[in-house]
Design a protein around this ligand. Structure first.
Ligand code: GLV
Ligand code: MN
Ligand code: MN
Length: 407
């Protein structure tokens, strides 16, 4: 099982920033190159590759019974700015490695097995995560997706022009009988498995993410000439909102509430000019939907109060407000059986990060396989899982796919 490590290294070099950080934004030149690299590896071993109109890429190892719903696995290869080389990628290249492992074993699946490389799990370009899987499960319509604008004001239709994807956006939504099961392999992105010295995490639930976009308009002016009591500083309002985000999460009744102001921009951004505009993107999550929604409402109210007090115009836009996913017991059991067969230790756990599986769970039975990552670090250049940890994950995935595809 040596190929995957070299392939992940090669993939990490297809990046818009110097190593060890990785930046690979969906529909960028790097994304195009990385897709081409992965598709080449799949066709090398005889997988049948097709794309849908948004670029979700299905790499199929045909089973003996082609008419049966297939077994899916996969993840994403897009990477947020200056992140690491394992988030998503171990699930895509690990899916391929698992198929190669099963092929070498001489196994012949009854059901087809497919590695699915999703388009844009990360929200970097359009501010919303899981573009491909949202469309696959029908949560996001083509009409809504076509309205998105990226950081340069470009829309989806324009960005898709450089790619030769198949079909139309109307055809992306998948039927509930397309997959019999979906299993995503991913790094944990948290510290639990490493701390407890365990090999594998088996995901039972995926937390409910939500995000807000807040635009503020105040009054710009000269930093020396405008006295403090005359100011309508949009930057100060943004700073106060950002602190409210932190406080609301900390004061929540649930230790699982987490909230982050990941983007905070001010304009015109000159040291001797009062910020006249500010823009924030806020991420707020919990494993419990009610608690998450309460925090979201508290935050909206707080933003209104801050802006009223500071005489700032505000526009608050809800980008997404997703439900948690509950994983399928039958699949959790299949993964657990695979770990036992391999003599690995495991535990059932919640995923606090979101994944394409959050949406796949709406169209088919789903679970995830986690492996430890060093110090729980992710979305950072220091993200790391050892070759041994990755191999244990791939083997667990392979045996799970074998069980699920054999009948
Ligand atoms: C996924 O990348 C997330 O932010 O949870
Ligand atoms: Mn990520
Ligand atoms: Mn990921």
């Amino acid at each position: 099982m040596q190929k995957i490590h070299k392939e992940l290294e090669k993939l990490a070099s297809i990046s818009a920033c110097p190593t060890p950080s990785v930046t690979r934004i969906v529909f960028s030149e790097q994304d195009a190159k990385a897709r081409e690299y992965f598709i080449g590896l799949c066709t090398d071993i005889g997988l049948k590759v097709r794309t849908d109109a948004v670029g979700n890429t299905f790499c199929r190892w045909e089973g003996k019974n082609k008419d049966l719903p297939a077994i899916g696995t996969g993840s994403h290869i897009d990477a947020i700015p200056e992140s690491g080389m394992y988030d998503g990628t171990v699930g895509v290249f690990g899916g391929l490695e698992a198929i190669r492992y099963l092929m070498e074993m001489g196994y012949e699946p009854e059901r087809s097995i497919e590695v699915l490389m999703f388009t844009s799990e990360e929200p970097t370009r359009f501010g919303i995560g899981c573009l491909g899987s949202r469309m696959l499960c029908g949560q996001l319509s083509p009409e809504e997706a076509l309205k998105f604008k990226d950081f340069d004001g470009r829309g989806l239709a324009e960005l898709l022009e450089r790619f030769d994807f198949d079909g139309t956006l109307d055809e992306v939504k998948m039927g509930n009988d397309y997959y019999d099961a979906f299993v995503e392999f991913h790094i944990e992105q948290g510290p639990i498995l490493e701390k407890e010295g365990l090999d594998i995490g088996i995901v039972t639930k995926i937390a409910a993410p939500s995000s807000l976009r807040v635009s503020l308009i105040g009054q710009g002016g000269h930093a020396g000439a405008v006295l403090m009591d005359k100011r309508r500083d949009a930057g100060c309002a943004a700073a106060e909102i950002s602190l409210a985000v932190e406080r609301i999460a900390k004061e929540s009744t649930s230790p699982d509430t987490v909230a982050t102001t990941g983007i905070l921009d001010i304009k015109p951004r000159a040291v001797n000019s009062i910020p006249k505009e500010a823009y924030l993107e806020i991420d707020l999550r919990d494993t419990d939907l009610e608690v998450r929604d309460k925090a979201l409402e508290d935050l909206k109210q707080e933003i209104e109060e801050i802006c009223k007090r500071r005489n700032i115009e505000s526009t608050v836009e809800l980008i997404n407000k997703d439900s948690p996913a509950i994983c399928e017991t039958k699949l959790i059991d299949a993964v657990e059986a695979a770990t036992k067969e391999l003599g690995l230790t495991s535990k059932k756990m919640i995923s606090r990060a979101y994944h394409d599986s959050l949406f796949m769970a709406q169209v088919c039975p789903t679970t995830m396989i986690f492996i430890p990552c060093r110090d729980g670090i992710s979305h950072h250049a220091d993200e790391y899982s050892t070759p041994e940890q990755i191999e244990k994950g791939v083997k667990t995935l392979a045996l799970t796919l074998k069980t699920l595809s054999s009948k």
